[in-house]
Design a protein. Structure first.
Length: 60
């Protein structure tokens, strides 16, 4: 995972889209919840619109 620069939305970490499956399995296996956020094509006030796509939680 890549630590992101300081930003307005306070996002801390990001994963390259092509490696998403690998990181998802690893994070869920370690017991971490994962939020998937998609960014849209529209710009509102110079910032790309983002929306929560799904939330995944590990099975206990």
């Amino acid at each position: 995972m890549q630590r992101l620069r300081e930003n307005r939305r306070r996002a801390l970490y990001g994963v390259p889209a092509r490696l998403f499956g690998r990181y998802l399995v690893r994070l869920l296996g370690l017991g971490h919840s994962v939020l998937v956020v998609r960014q849209g094509d529209q710009y509102w006030t110079g910032v790309r619109a983002r929306v929560l796509a799904c939330r995944m939680v590990p099975l206990v």
